[in-house]
Design a protein around this ligand. Structure first.
Ligand code: BGC
Length: 738
């Protein structure tokens, strides 16, 4: 067991195994600031004296509790009764918050019994509820790799339902930040390099959570793409307006408009010199253009930097305590630098969501100690892990293993007790018991013999591999919030182990347990590669189902895997992690597959790629019209056929190539759907192209515009394999409503 520092303690119920990702990034300064933040609240809470539990309110005195009025009206009624101190106590965290997540919720807004305002509890996070006795779901990147919004809904439903059992009112997730660079430390806990994929999966997850009666807090708004310099002005993103609108804000736009999350969490990053939590984008884009009716919460320690600017620019709640929104906000309101009207708007937004989610009426049913995981939830964890696994190589039809395989060698520390089933940080869920890869294989192997060695002794590993029909080398690379990866490589000992094993048994399958892209110097030597991401507590069950053919791989990469670090769009230091106090986003829209298209650099595996153990054919495209107006849409139809001999699912991906005058990347994902097919079966599918969705942001006109010209629609099963195409034109462009 390693010694944990403060960051470990606040994040890692068990610090064992953290060594694989290096030391915590939190500096002593951060720790001091954390302590000051907590200390600061002590002063403000006492001085404000807002939540006076000595005068409990009766619901008879609170007509809004059982009222049939709208949420907005009920919120306004409460607001009209509130004193200044009571209003202030609602806009920042209270003392009950426990940053460790071990003995209490990650954030709490204190109750105001006089007005029947209940306590508001918050808990992480995107991979399950970060409290003991909940299900450890596969990492969000695995969910994104399913390209299946029904799976995302089911995943959200597990989180929402366990949140209810645990007494959590606000679930801090999903995270939908764009993966600008695969080195980003939190790449595993978000979804994709593409805003459409991130937005679709995010919206379905939010619906899954909120349909259980729990608020979803979508994070981290916005342009938050790295951990280096976190929370400091050195993470000052220099980015143009169009890139923000079309890329970094786009998944938030879809989620806000399609799934109506209760709240958003603003980020640690700075955008063009202004911290995200006091950035003018909050009022201009989020609350202005999108008319977001919910509230904005700061990310926890170190995301709030001011009182007046934050309040006036649209941050509604400071978490986890009240350093800036305690006494300083009271002083600002009294001095008139923040108007009472602004404070009222903050409070109104929070109360309105509390009414919307029935907080006033429903007596808290859950409890922090309750056992929340169920068999059904654990099955969802297994299903997502299996469906999110991406088969990257399958030479000689290595998978599924046939009856000719009598002996399997399982090699690697990570296949057994040290199994890396999740990433670290606020997204880390302990789970209720992990089925390790080795266990899963042993449980499913039947008469097939399974031998295991940890791979520490390479000679022994090669011997074991040689004696088996198939060698499975299980390797992992850890990821953590707070720490970007310094390279894209697995450790040299892992690479050497794989190469050595492959030399002694070509039927080698490498199982990757990583949160993001890695390089594969041994790729030519092995017959199989399966990316499992961090598959959660059902790692072994999911892996065994794929090996033995109970499930057919259907995951597709949500991020591009490059051949080498130098090929990345942000390879230059001024782009990642930044230099001279700025992080240069001069690659603009060209991140991920867009960059590889633009530069002609061949990736190792392209975005959207993933093999199946059957084959699919995508037919010709039919468009229901050939011209698009500024408020129109086009239906694109095609047929998908399973031409192989096994049941399976295919992801049909539609990309759009814009007229050259648009300044758009070579092609951009617009829509996708996942289809399940029996052998020989065909299905017709329809995908939609909307004028509003394909419009480009004009930085000059500050509006969305449909660019006139000829557009190519390209459909296929990866960004690199577009087999069907058709064209339409936009005769007259112009502004669109969006
Ligand atoms: C993370 C958030 C998390 C919060 C509460 C922050 O450090 O960035 O994602 O929700 O802590 O634990």
């Amino acid at each position: 067991m390693r010694t944990c520092d403060l960051f470990d303690l606040t994040r890692l119920p068990e610090c064992r195994h953290f060594s694989s990702i290096g030391n915590s990034h939190r500096s002593p300064l951060t720790n001091i600031l954390t302590a000051c933040a907590i200390g600061g609240f002590f002063v403000s809470a006492q001085a404000l004296g807002a939540a006076d539990s000595s005068s409990p309110g009766q619901s008879g005195e609170c007509p809004w509790v059982d009222s049939g009025a709208s949420d907005a009206e009920r919120a306004a009624q409460v607001l009209a009764e509130m004193t200044l101190d009571e209003k202030l106590s609602l806009v920042h965290g209270g003392l009950e918050a426990d940053l460790t997540g071990l003995t209490g919720y990650s954030g709490v807004i204190s109750a105001i019994p006089r007005l029947c305002i209940p306590r508001l509890t918050m808990s992480d996070g995107p991979a399950g509820v970060r409290i003991s006795n909940t299900t450890q779901l596969p990492a969000p990147v695995s969910l994104a790799a399913t390209w299946n919004s029904e799976m995302a809904y089911a995943y959200g439903k597990v989180i929402g339902s366990e949140a209810v059992t645990k007494g959590v009112d606000v679930q801090l997730g999903p995270e939908i930040d764009i993966v600008r660079d695969p080195r980003a430390g939190r790449a595993f806990e978000t979804y994709s390099e593409d805003p459409v994929l991130a937005g679709v999966i995010g919206a379905a997850t939010v619906r899954g959570i909120q349909d259980q009666g729990v608020q979803s807090q979508v994070k981290h708004w916005s342009v938050y793409n790295q951990e280096t310099f976190r929370g400091t002005p050195l993470d000052d993103v220099q980015v143009d307006d169009r890139t923000v609108r079309e890329l970094y804000a786009a998944p938030f736009e879809r989620v806000v408009k399609e799934a109506q999350p209760s709240s958003l969490m603003c980020a640690y990053s700075y955008i063009n010199g202004q911290a995200a939590c006091e950035n003018s984008y909050l009022n201009s884009i989020l609350k202005g253009d999108w008319a977001f009716p919910g509230y904005v919460t700061s990310d926890w320690v170190l995301a709030t930097h001011s009182t007046v600017a934050s309040a006036n620019n649209g941050m509604d709640m400071e978490m986890p305590y009240g350093v800036f929104y305690g006494l300083p906000l009271k002083a600002a309101v009294l001095a008139g630098t923040v108007s009472e009207q602004t404070l009222d708007d903050m409070v109104q937004r929070i109360l309105q969501q509390e009414f919307r989610f029935g907080l006033f009426n429903n007596k808290q049913k859950g409890s922090y100690q309750a056992f929340a995981s169920t068999d059904e939830h654990v099955m969802v964890a297994a299903d997502v892990a299996a469906e999110g696994a991406v088969l990257l190589k399958n030479e000689g039809r290595l998978l599924p293993l046939t009856s000719a395989v009598g002996k399997i060698a399982v090699i690697g520390l990570d296949a057994a007790d040290a199994s890396e089933s999740r990433g670290f940080g606020s997204a880390m869920v302990a789970g209720t018991g992990t089925v390790t890869p080795l266990q899963g294989i042993q449980d499913r192997a039947g008469s097939v013999a399974v031998t295991y060695t940890d791979g520490e002794d390479v000679n022994k590993a090669t011997q074991v591999a040689q004696d088996a029909d198939v060698a499975i080398v299980y390797v992992a690379r850890g990821s953590a919030e707070g720490l970007d990866q310094s390279s894209l490589d697995l450790s040299s000992s892992q690479n050497d182990l794989i190469a050595a094993v492959a030399q002694h048994n070509p039927n080698t399958l490498v199982v990757l347990n990583t949160g993001s892209a890695v390089t594969m110097p041994w790729l030519e030597q092995v017959h199989g590669v399966l990316e499992m991401w961090y598959p959660g507590q059902q790692s072994g069950t999911a892996l065994a189902s794929l090996l033995f053919g109970d499930a057919n791989p259907s995951g597709k990469l949500p991020i591009t895997f490059p051949k080498r670090l130098e090929d990345l769009p942000a390879a230059a230091k001024d782009r990642f992690p930044g230099a001279g106090g700025k992080v240069n986003y001069s690659e603009g829209l060209d991140i991920g597959y867009r960059w590889y298209d633009e530069t002609g650099i061949a990736p190792l595996f392209p975005f959207g790629f993933g093999l199946s153990c059957t084959r699919f054919e995508i037919g010709e495209l039919s468009l229901d019209r050939s011209e698009l107006g500024t408020d129109g849409s086009i239906q694109v139809g095609t047929t998908v056929t399973n031409t192989g001999d096994r049941a399976g699912s295919e992801v049909v991906q539609l990309y759009l190539a814009y007229p050259a005058t648009s300044g758009e990347p070579v092609k951009v994902l617009q829509a996708f759907t996942k289809v399940s097919l029996e052998p020989g079966e065909s299905k017709k599918i329809a995908l939609q192209i909307d004028a509003a969705q394909i419009a480009c942001w004009s930085s000059e006109q500050k509006r969305w515009e449909l660019v006139p010209g000829r557009y190519a629609v390209k459909v296929g099963n990866s960004s690199d394999n577009l087999v069907a195409r058709a064209f339409f034109s936009v005769p007259e462009g112009g502004p669109v409503d969006r």
